[in-house]
Design a protein around this ligand. Structure first.
Ligand SMILES: [Zn+2]
Length: 225
């Protein structure tokens, strides 16, 4: 799962306007941002195996600290606590939604990954394997993303041209990047996969924040600056 992870980001932003969209973009990919970092550090392991799934060539054989269910729960709790402290939200409602965005990553990964997601440590691995069906997994990504975007567009309105047109242009861009990953040649190394993933996650979060600052809740008052 790649751009589909942002469906929950848009959906949660629609119901909790106090959470900046960029925070929810980082939250939805936090587990992968941690994975990229640990792969580059040589702590978690991945190798390129052509054809291991139809949609991507990653043999994710060791990722207990980011993609086990227990680890994802811990990342989720940590993100909720950090955001509660940093943003000084009243109560735990918004922080809990950030935690939910972090955990949504594992749930969506569970649908597409082959059984390489450990429940704990590096054992009891699960995954429904929809990546073995390129068409189905792509439709899933698009449906999850667009469902969230639809909620976001219904609950917010643009103040400027960027605010009004930005979301749809951005979605088209994200889908283009998604399709590019499907048709791209085999990556030369795990480090290349990790570095390009990190670049995409950070760029997407930055663009999301840039557009979102130009939209306000429907019927709401002042915008989020
Ligand atoms: Zn992941």
């Amino acid at each position: 799962m790649f751009v589909g992870h942002y469906g929950p980001s848009f959906a949660i932003r629609a119901v909790r306007p106090e959470i900046p969209l960029w925070v929810l973009f980082v939250a939805a990919q936090l587990v992968d941002i941690a994975w990229v970092t640990l792969v580059l550090a040589g702590i978690e392991k991945v190798r390129i195996v052509a054809g291991i799934t139809a949609a991507n060539p990653l043999d994710l054989y060791y990722m207990p600290y980011t993609h086990s269910l227990v680890a994802a729960l811990l990342w989720s709790i940590a993100a909720a606590v950090v955001c509660r402290l940093v943003f000084r939200w009243k109560g735990w409602g918004a922080a809990a939604w950030v935690g939910a965005a972090v955990l949504s990553h594992w749930v969506l990964d569970f649908l597409v990954h082959r059984p390489d997601l450990p429940l704990y440590g590096n054992t009891a691995k699960v995954g429904l394997g929809l990546w073995n069906y390129v068409g189905i997994s792509l439709v899933l990504e698009v449906v999850v993303l667009l469902s969230g975007v639809w909620m976001y567009l219904a609950k917010t309105r643009g103040l400027t041209t960027v605010g009004r047109c930005g979301p749809m242009v951005f979605v088209v861009l994200m889908l283009a990047v998604q399709i590019a990953t499907l048709v791209a040649p085999l990556p030369p190394s795990p480090a290349t996969v990790a570095a390009s993933g990190l670049g995409a996650y950070l760029a997407f979060a930055a663009v999301a924040g840039w557009i979102d600052r130009r939209r306000v809740p429907v019927g709401g008052v002042a915008g989020v600056s």
